[in-house]
Ligand binder design. Structure first.
Ligand SMILES: [Ca+2]
Length: 502
């Protein structure tokens, strides 16, 4: 990609049309280097990669042990065919920086990309982000054709890191003219904006972005590809607004909805700084939705969106299984972070608790024996080095994650790398097999034994006998923290607004 950008810049200088050249060059194999790479790739018989992203999907999928289990036959099928990581965590609890970390292979503490940012800003932050090679570019450099559709980076693929991008269609839409249930601009005391709303809309699946993304991917799987491919398919549901056609709501009658665990006194032992950092004043609170009687309806809508997206994922998996690529394609499926559906008085991500960082991660290696579950703490940033190793590419020395391939065959081995999440400079969360430690900028802490307290209701950070646990966890956190990228944005939380101004 970098080579192509340089060439493009040269042609821009001499006044040629970038678009027509860009299109020609992406399929052009007359260049000596790419011909050589193509031959190499064919000789090596490199596997293809199908890289499936799901937006804001928490652990409510059937194959994980969340407090709610939505039937997800297609995600379950993939898990049964491969390796399901049940203790996987994002590196940042919002879309932009989580995805930036996955795609660059850099931790936020290295990249400075801790907060929301545009795709085109990811590389601008500092020396490391300028030097790193984005995952699609790395595969391209090693003989792959790269293509994507839907939400891969925060804005799709505005940084143009894939050879071919199928589009973002309706993005988070389509949307009704008037919101059904929630609009912060019309509620006193709410600050900022959010697409959060819920209800049955539109009428047909075929109007939905994810339907169109699945169709695009299915079409690609029906084509001949001369090179091995890296295809990224980014689904946008269950990201807000929680809209899906009525039939998906009908699967979950309102009287059957079970609510997630909620403890009114949950914040009593959370440090002040924890409340400040996690404050999302644009979002609904549980107390508000209890009062309005809407909590069950919000959960129903989130479940409907999960069922809908699972069906779209199923179409792509079915097509792969029926295609000529069935036996030579690695599949990885992930979500960019978790989500609260009323736990801790919130309907949001944007915090450092288990509900925010825990996510779904499934690998299906070639010739997988299937049905493997791994409960060791792993990170989304581990996907880059894992895929590089699975495809037998040379390791990328800038990758800060760890290849997970040894866990595929020995899932219960003791994994020495805890999973780390960062939310602004100085705020982190770290998870090993048992515990989660959260520390905020002012040094205040939370510590939970997740195996005994999965809801994180009892902060044990002040217990003397757990000081050793805290010290051990803290020892993994990088000593140097890159300053916050000047290209960050986050408009509603006062603490982060202040940080961005500085
Ligand atoms: Ca997201």
């Amino acid at each position: 990609m970098k080579r192509m950008k340089t060439v493009l810049a040269l042609f821009t200088l001499i006044g040629l049309n970038i678009n027509s050249f860009g299109q020609a060059s992406s399929s052009d194999s007359s260049n000596g280097t790419s011909v050589k790479l193509e031959v190499l790739a064919k000789d090596d018989n490199k596997p293809n990669v199908l890289f499936i992203a799901v937006d804001d999907l928490n652990d409510f999928v059937n194959c994980l042990n969340g407090s709610i289990k939505v039937p997800t036959p297609n995600i379950d099928r993939l898990a049964n065919q491969g390796v399901l990581f049940t203790n996987a965590h994002c590196q940042a609890p919002i879309c932009g920086p989580s995805r930036a970390s996955i795609m660059t292979g850099l931790l936020p503490t290295t990249s400075g990309n801790y907060l929301q940012l545009k795709d085109t800003s990811i590389a601008k932050s500092n020396k490391a982000t300028k030097e790193c090679i984005f995952m699609p570019d790395y595969f391209e450099q090693h003989g792959y054709k790269t293509m994507a559709v839907g939400k891969i980076y925060h804005n799709g693929d505005r940084a143009k890191t894939f050879d071919e991008y199928g589009g973002g269609f309706e993005w988070m839409g389509p949307k009704p003219e008037v919101r059904f249930k929630y609009d912060p601009s019309k509620i006193e005391g709410k600050i900022g904006s959010t697409q959060t709303d819920w209800g049955a809309y539109p009428k047909y699946d075929s109007s939905m972005t994810d339907y169109k993304s699945a169709a695009w991917a299915v079409n690609q799987l029906n084509k001949e590809h001369e090179k091995p491919f890296f295809m990224a398919v980014g689904f946008v549901r269950p990201h807000v607004p929680w809209y899906a056609p009525q039939k998906w709501f009908d699967m979950f009658p309102i009287d059957s909805i079970k609510l997630p665990p909620y403890n009114k006194n949950d914040y009593d032992d959370i440090p002040e700084m924890g409340k400040i950092v996690s404050n999302a004043p644009q979002m609904p609170t549980t107390e508000e939705l209890i009062k309005s009687g809407e909590w069950k309806y919000a959960v129903q809508a989130y479940m409907a969106c999960i069922a809908f997206v699972d069906a779209q994922i199923g179409k792509v998996l079915d097509e792969l299984e029926n295609s000529e690529y069935a036996n030579n394609t690695i599949v990885v499926l992930w979500s960019d972070h978790g989500y609260h559906l009323g736990e801790k008085n919130r309907f949001a991500k944007q915090a450092l608790w288990e509900r925010d960082t825990r996510t779904l991660l499934i690998f299906k290696p070639l010739n997988a024996k299937g049905g493997v579950k791994c409960a060791q703490p792993v990170q989304l940033i581990d996907m880059y080095p894992t895929l590089v190793e699975m495809c037998k590419l040379p390791a990328n020395k800038m990758n800060e994650g760890h290849s997970l391939t040894s866990l595929f065959s020995e899932p219960s081995q003791r994994w020495p790398h805890p999973a780390m999440t960062f939310y602004g400079v100085g705020n982190f969360s770290i998870r090993n097999f048992h515990y989660r430690l959260i520390q905020y900028e002012d040094g205040s802490q939370e510590l939970y034994d997740i195996t005994k307290d999965p809801n994180e209701w009892s902060n044990m950070a002040k217990l003397d006998n757990l000081k050793g646990v805290i010290d051990e966890l803290k020892s993994h956190i990088p000593k140097e923290w890159a300053p916050l990228s000047p290209y960050s944005y986050y408009n509603f939380n006062e603490y982060f607004k202040e940080k961005i101004k500085q």
